[in-house]
Write a protein that binds this ligand. Structure first.
Ligand SMILES: [Ca+2]
Length: 547
């Protein structure tokens, strides 16, 4: 930080520059300071920020992510069974795609809290669903609002406790126009009324429900919320704005309006390779849970999302804003869709914890930039504000990765590691992990540690923790976990078993000796035929699915 004297000096120098500029008609303040100065907002041309956020989105359903993967990883549900996403792909092709972006906790509320605050779940303090975001949290929207941005939000929020749907929560966290924000629910149809928006589908008793019958291109939730986004853009096209669209799809229920509901029915789907994995020696977080419900409706929801992304890009283009808007596409967490014989999320496997992050901003990000360094939701706030040249409020615990986006390379001293954690309490079941572009090291109060090598074993079936060739990797990542846990007060590292395992990892000699007190029996695969499992069975441990 600059000292007072230095600040005054800088301020005086700036005044002189401005005066000279005004008198001589010389270069602008931006060019005097250099447009690459990441902390200087470019005057009247401040960029807009538009975030399109989905819920429970498996990254393999996006063409731009499939393009980064070998075929056996890209085509998880059959070699011809894909959904195309040309509009989201366009953002990635003309911007940056992060291949290793992780949900800090792969469950709704904690992931969302980390994303808007830049803080770890234990410090927001949203460690599980339906916990309210702390009043002291300053979001990126609040930071931009204080800078004069018009701010708004439409869609699912899930950070104001248990209310459902609870339209327009009183605590706005900087999202000033939150008329179309609702706290909870996976409603399929919305409508405007003189008293404000409401859920259109109703039970005979008048209660809002998840019915999809009758939904059309106006009322279906994805379309409805995208239209509100387009309206917000039109209303604020002449001033800098920050808007977040939070689409509650492709989360269950797996239903979508016509024609998307039938569009993908004729493809042949197969269960993922890992559906039939060996059940021996699995950690508690890796056991089968739920079945596989096919992909036709899920793909339909994704296709509807992509078409609406196209509608929003079209609106930005028609208002002449596409060059000056940072457009982000991301999700709160994944959905295993049968991978590892599981549905939904809550576990450290790629399909659950790895999420899309696409950032388009042609003024600073080169088309086709690929970022392989690992980032987490906690890094979003400092990174996006860094990209926009805006100071943070200093509350964030994540890192400013904007240099990665702008140069494609990490800044000096950057360590490729992020930390992710399960919901729940460190004295119960759960897990804490360090993740790099190649490795994933997972500690748990009830299981021996696991180490995945995503290069040798992208299906995440083998535990390399005891492999002597991986000893140094285990040591190094465990040191990183300890440093993280101390700095950000993560209780998992204080759990007796996790603590003992970390101690061996960092300083132990000889072979690792299991400290699991009682080995739970491995469950057999759930009864019933493949492909007929229940869609929304909750992943364990991982909290509720947020419905
Ligand atoms: Ca979610």
């Amino acid at each position: 930080m600059l000292s007072h004297t230095k600040s005054n000096l800088v301020a005086r120098l700036l005044s002189c520059c401005l005066l000279l500029t005004a008198v001589l008609g010389g270069p602008s303040l931006t060019s005097v300071l250099g447009s690459e100065n990441p902390r200087v907002a470019p005057g009247a041309n401040r960029p807009n920020l538009l975030i399109i956020h989905t819920d429970e989105h498996n990254f393999r359903t996006l063409g731009c992510y499939r393009a980064t993967l070998p075929p056996e990883q890209a085509l998880m549900w059959g070699k011809d069974a894909v959904v195309t996403t040309p509009n989201i792909d366009w953002l990635a092709d003309h911007g940056a795609l992060c291949t290793s972006f992780y949900a800090t906790t792969p469950v709704c509320s904690p992931s969302r809290a980390a994303f808007v605050s830049g803080r770890y779940p234990q410090n927001t303090p949203v460690t599980n669903n339906n916990i309210a975001l702390g009043d002291d949290v300053v979001t990126f929207a609040e930071i931009l609002r204080r800078r004069g941005y018009a701010t708004g939000y439409a869609g699912k929020w899930h950070l104001d406790g248990g209310g459902k749907p609870q339209w327009a929560p009183q605590r706005k966290f900087g999202f000033q126009d939150n008329r179309y924000m609702f706290n909870r629910g996976h409603w399929k149809q919305l409508e405007d009324t003189p008293d404000g928006p409401r859920v259109k589908a109703r039970s005979p008793a008048g209660q809002p429900n998840y019915g999809v019958a009758g939904a059309d291109e106006k009322s279906f939730t994805t379309d409805f919320l995208a239209d509100k986004t387009v309206q917000f853009i039109a209303a604020h096209k002449d001033q800098p704005f920050c808007f977040m669209l939070s689409i509650p799809d492709p989360h269950g229920p797996d239903t979508v309006r016509p024609p998307y509901g039938t569009m993908f029915q004729n493809q042949t789907y197969q269960t993922p390779r890992t559906f039939d994995k060996s059940l021996g020696n699995l950690p508690s977080w890796g056991r089968p849970s739920g079945g596989f419900a096919g992909m036709a409706s899920y793909y339909g929801m994704v296709k509807c999302i992509d078409d609406n992304v196209g509608k929003i890009i079209g609106a930005l283009r028609s208002h002449g804003l596409i060059q000056n808007t940072v457009v982000v596409f991301t999700a709160d967490h994944g959905d295993l869709r049968g991978e590892h014989h599981r549905q939904n999320k809550g576990v450290p496997y790629e399909g659950s914890a790895k999420i899309p992050l696409v950032v388009y901003y042609p003024k600073r990000i080169k088309a086709g930039t690929l970022i392989h360094e690992t980032l987490g939701c906690v890094d979003f706030l400092p990174t996006i504000l860094g990209l926009m040249g805006v100071e943070t409020a200093g509350q964030e615990e994540g890192r400013d990765g904007s240099a990665l986006l702008v140069t494609g390379k990490p800044p000096a001293g950057w360590k490729d590691v992020t930390f992710i954690r399960s919901t729940g309490r460190p004295d119960g079941a759960g897990w804490l992990a360090a993740v790099t572009d190649r490795w994933k090291l997972i500690y748990s109060p009830v299981d021996d540690p696991w180490l995945f090598d995503l290069e040798k074993d992208p299906d995440e079936l083998t535990n390399f923790f005891r492999d002597p060739a991986c000893r140094e990797t285990v040591r190094e990542l465990s040191r990183e976990i300890l440093a993280y846990a101390k700095k950000h007060r993560d209780g998992y590292a204080r759990n007796a078993k996790v603590k003992a395992d970390l101690q061996w990892a960092v300083g132990g000699t000889g072979d690792y000796v299991s400290t699991v007190p009682v080995r739970r029996p491995v469950e057999s695969a759930p009864a019933g035929k493949r492909g007929q499992g229940k869609r929304n069975r909750t992943a364990q441990p991982g909290g509720s699915d947020g419905r």
